[in-house]
Ligand binder design. Sequence first.
Ligand SMILES: N[C@@H](CC1=CC(=O)C(=O)C=C1)C(=O)O
Length: 835
Amino acid sequence: MDSGCIRGVSFEYTYVLHLSAAEISTGDIRSTIAHPAAFNSNPEASIPQGQGQGQGSSYILLTSLQRPSTMEALKKAQSDGVVLGLKTLGPTAERLDIDVLLSKYPDTFNLYILALEALQNVKNKDKMGYFEVAGIHGLPQRAWDNVNPDGRPGGSYCPHGSQFFPTWHRPYLALLEQTIYSQMLTIASTFRDPVRWTNAAKAFRLPFWDYYRPRGLKSTAPGAAKAYDFSVPKTLTEQWIMILRPEDETIRKRTKNPLYSYEFPQDNFMKQQWDLFDRRLIAAGERRLSSRVQTTRHPNASLSNTSDVRALNDLVDRNRASGVESFLNMIEWPAYNTYAVFSNTNQRDEGQANGSLEGLHNNYHGILGGNGGHMGRVATSSFDPVFWLHHCNVDRIFAIWQSTHDSWFTSRTDATRPLYPFRATPASASTRYWNSNDSRKVEDFGYTYPDISGLSDKTAITNKFDRNYRWSLHRTLRRNVPDTPTPEMEPVDVLKTVFFDFNPKPIITPKPEPVSRPVPVKPDEKPVPLPAPVKPTDPVVPIPLPKPVHPTEPPKPEDPEVPFPMPKPVHPPKPEDPFPMPVPIPSIQPQPLPPGLQQKPLLAPSGARAKGVAPVPTAAVVTSSSILAAVAAQPILSTTTTPAKTDPVPLPDDLGLFELTDKELLADKPEGTKLMRQWFIDSSALRTAANGSFTLYHFLGAPPASPAEYSSSTNLAAMNHIFVAATETCLNCALQARDESLAYNTAPVTSVLLDRVEDESEELGSLSPRDVVEWLRGRLGVRVVGAELIPIEPEEVRLKVMVSSTISFVYPGETVPRFVEGRYFPEVTGVDINA
Ligand SMILES: N[C@@H](CC1=CC(=O)C(=O)C=C1)C(=O)O
């Protein structure tokens, strides 16, 4: 043929090009002739018969790997430090749970791992590298790319404890997403089959960790719902992973899993940063510091380089039911209808809900951090790769809430306040930064979530959401919902995939892996449709795969020899007891309330602590402050003793709806209506009082003697983590200290109580208030500990704890319960958090 009209398929467009014979014969068409294998890897890229097939060779597929304009835009954004989002680079696509991404889009997952590995290796040089992007959240204490928080030097960009919490993290995630995406494209172009891999890269969106998606089946646990395993995804807890690399596509290579941990740069700059940070912690009474070598999760020893995955999974599992209850309530209850209440721990409508998206999020920082793990502290958390999957899940919950609610910031000024340091335009005198209004729609960043994609009807979204999560709860909490996961929540056995087959056979004829994420032919704003799930396979590695053989322990990164001189702890522990528990003092004790519930809280407010206001930082590094000095001077005492059993407190005669029996409540309801009672431990605490993160452990019965055993105690009912930075490093926190900002929390305990109702030895008759209030009195106790399990006095954080209950009905033919009424029962603890 002399010249040709070739129909080509790009990733966004089908187009027709007129080509000269020379161009066709040489294939030199501005480097856009693709490898023919592209055809196989992209099932949607078909060329209609009779068009575009080159004579002689099988065909020529014309594909613009990366449209120059979009690629240039991405490159420019990366060099300018601008959050572009992926919207301008292609059609909207779904962010997926990590297991789903791995199983449905193995090429994309493979590239993602390679990109993370590459980004993590570029230590602290590049402003768009992992170190600098992670460093925006906390350490190192310096401005990112010269953008000062709030236009002032010093402090941090901290949005916690405010309405900015969900919106600030949105462009933050988009920044890393764009960086990974860009890195994936670079790596894709180095593979033998760049079309296949570029296709895979372009389909990338940040994956999330859905805390409530089952990961497999438990072999031993009885009972249908409990047979599922809800541990942390294996992709995050396996140290090694098998990856195809551009250097040799014939065999997967054992690769250090960049999702398991991040290794810190070992240079002088970081040493100074750590020294400063640790000095501050020690002054604040902490003595168990975090590893400077690599990020760890729930480690079992100070400075440990190893995560205690089993203990972590236990704790995740133990908090699951409480978390699912919170999650469902936040989306479904009218109490969470306003953005102010839903978004953060600080704002609530008095007498209404205490939970929040931020509160649920905080708990996972506490669980993953545990005893000195990096996720427990604001300053170090974002280096842990799990941070990004955790926050992506938080963003997803935010998006689900947004799709089912209309409420937004109450103040226009707040909604348009710049979210530093996230630039929307390049640095100049008139730089625009992202703000909350601009961050309102996920589609504006080029992504969506499976929970909302393609759905615009609020009821449809709520129903789908409820079905995906309620099934795993106790039968009393799931009434008309069966106890098995919906098809989209079915667990994926990731250890049986090629990524964890440590004895792979070489791939003799490299053919493209069959699955790349489908790419729409025409640009539109519709989400990329998902094909039927496909099991990841290597072309010549058949499935079912052999059980993964775990390699012998790989070498651990060396602890640098004496990484830093360990300063003497302020309160040296006795050698035989790392957590001394001196003088037990009473904490929350049941007390009768006079009418009107005006009783003074048993925990006297510690005004002195709250008034120790930290000065607003004025320089990039601020050393001591009055708060620090006060905290350092404070002796560390034990918390509560075992709560004593006291006489029952008379409840008022008339408890309104709560007075009625189940039968009475259902009397006027349609036949088949089900009643749902829920119970909560609610609390308020002075957010900045411990000058760092702290955790509340709520017990039903005697707590263990040592804080190290709190999280594994059978009496542990629930926990709440308060995730907060030190006031010297955080302007927002310093202001919250001055304003004595509170953190409100709720800990749903319905499942725990239902287990006790079913256990006859527990003597809890039912979930009705007259049974529960009396039963809880004398059993309920709380312990407060710092990020490293150092006991803190409840008074020190002005802790108030109160119990509440709610009534909902599930009507026949419906699955989503309808909330009717809530009531606080300060009679249990003698404390009213509303007083
Ligand atoms: N205290 C629980 C449940 C609750 C919700 C309410 O709306 C209410 O009025 C009373 C209690 C929460 O904060 O989520």
